[in-house]
Design a protein around this ligand. Structure first.
Ligand code: PLP
Length: 449
């Protein structure tokens, strides 16, 4: 290739040509007509290409829990890239992935002592589902193949995740999905729970629906139940008092594995390392992603209880114990980023900070209750969600406009899901910035009313 050809090619790519990138979970035509671009970030802010600061009220995508471009994490990634760029973890390994596993073991409740790594929440959830199947088979109960998910659940976009997930639009285009999946009812009832701060009083009894599904399918066909302790993507549905404990009891009674999807709730979002710790309920498998590296390098994983790991350690020594893994499982850059992130969480007390700010975000969010567009507000940990009155005949339009106007007119990033807006700022957010988030959002509501 001649030098001239290279420069011609460069010139042919106009820097403002947005056409080729097919954005995920985005209406592409609208985006390309009115792009929402950020090109830099630091701590609590993104910056638009023109330098305007954008307040990050959503930790990127529920992931940048330590804030953006934190120096120690950046340095750890840079140094790791220079020292060991890649090492396989099939049959080989590198020191940091063990160090990270040990740190996670120490952070987890109970005997969730073993860490399996992948690159995303979707992979983590599919991994957990596969582990559940393989466990039962190794345990002589190969008939346990059925999964129970929950309506309005989100477990990523793999075929396993969308099968057990309960968000209709994520499922309906993709055929029959996994066979033999059933769903618990979701736990939200506005009439009985509106304006909840923390666990709603009503709804714990809905866990008993698991007993109904056991009666229908028989326990001998059910491998696992998977739920998010707090459903994030569907608009922050809070677990009713006693609900998760009851699920745990029923799973124990019937030999069913309980999987907590902590991709959002892990790493401080609800004021603890895990929601499991907050609610005092230990699952058998716990999937995580996002906050593990504060979003800096893709990483996900599953924490596994000892009895499950042990079940796979009985065959001949030269035979692989679990036929599952990803080229980038435990990637050195991700491991280095995760270790530096966990250091920051510890050194700055960010999980405790999240818990301490729970009443602050609660007060600030619930103060918008008087706005005529607001139908419900739910808060827990450093999460607030607000349901907005839909535009008649155009579901999702009000929420979409709120997100757009927040970005363009108030220089704030929020997360939209239908007509619900979710706020989940980095755990370093100040009290003043929490106030700023909801001042800005009140102005947004006034604009779109
Ligand atoms: C609870 C939950 N599980 C799984 C996922 C999927 O994670 P990823 O987008 O990293 O695949 C998400 C992402 O938002 C999530 O919120």
């Amino acid at each position: 290739m001649s030098g001239d050809h290279v420069s011609e090619t460069k010139l042919a790519v106009a820097p403002n040509d947005l056409e080729s990138f097919w954005l995920p979970f985005t209406p592409n035509r609208q985006f390309k007509r009115e792009p929402r671009l950020v090109s830099r970030a630091r701590d609590m802010h993104y910056y638009k290409p023109d330098g305007t600061a954008v307040l990050d009220a959503t930790a990127g995508l529920w992931c940048s829990n330590a804030g953006h471009c934190r120096e120690t994490i950046v340095k750890a990634i840079q140094e790791q890239a220079a020292e060991l760029d890649f090492a396989p973890t099939f049959q080989f390994a590198h020191p940091k992935v063990f160090e990270l596993s040990n740190r996670l073991r120490d952070l987890m409740p109970g005997d969730l002592d073993y860490a399996f790594f992948c690159n995303s929440g979707s992979e983590a959830d599919d991994t957990a589902l596969k582990m559940a199947l393989a466990y039962h088979r190794a345990n002589g109960e190969g008939s346990r193949t059925r999964f129970i998910g929950r309506e309005r659940g989100y477990h990523g976009v793999g075929f396993g995740g969308i099968s057990v997930g309960g968000m209709v639009a994520n499922r309906k285009f993709y055929g029959p999905l996994l066979a033999g999946v059933d769903h618990l009812p979701h736990t939200y009832d506005r009439a009985k729970q509106a304006y909840a701060r923390g666990e709603p009083e009503w709804g714990g009894h809905l866990a008993d629906e698991l007993q109904r599904l056991v009666d229908l399918h028989d326990a001998s066909t059910i491998a696992a139940v998977i739920v998010e302790p707090m459903s994030g993507s569907t608009g922050a549905l809070l677990p009713p008092v006693g609900y998760l404990k009851r699920l745990r009891e029923l799973c124990d009674k019937h030999g069913i594995l309980l999987i907590f999807d902590e991709v959002i709730t892990g790493f401080g979002r609800l004021g603890y390392a895990t929601a499991s710790e907050r609610f005092g309920v230990i699952p058998d498998l716990l999937s995580f992603a996002k906050g593990i590296t504060s979003g800096t390098v893709p990483m996900g994983g599953v924490m596994v209880r000892k009895f499950i790991y042990d079940k796979f350690q009985t065959g001949a020594e030269h035979v692989i114990d679990l036929f599952h893994g990803y080229t980038y499982s435990g990637h050195p850059l991700a491991a280095a980023a995760a270790l530096a992130t966990l250091d920051l969480y510890r050194d700055e007390g960010l999980f405790e900070r999240s818990l301490a700010l729970e009443p602050v975000i609660g007060d600030a969010a619930h103060a918008l209750k008087d706005h005529p567009l607001v139908l419900d507000i739910r808060t827990m940990g450093l999460v607030a969600a607000m349901d907005l009155a839909p535009v008649e005949g155009l579901p999702g339009k009000r929420g979409f406009d709120a997100m757009r106007r927040a970005f363009h007119d108030e220089n704030m990033m929020v997360r939209v899901s239908g007509d619900t807006i979710a706020f989940s700022p980095p755990l370093i957010v100040s009290q003043a910035q929490i106030g700023e988030i909801f001042d800005k959002f009140r102005r947004v509501l006034d604009m779109i009313a």
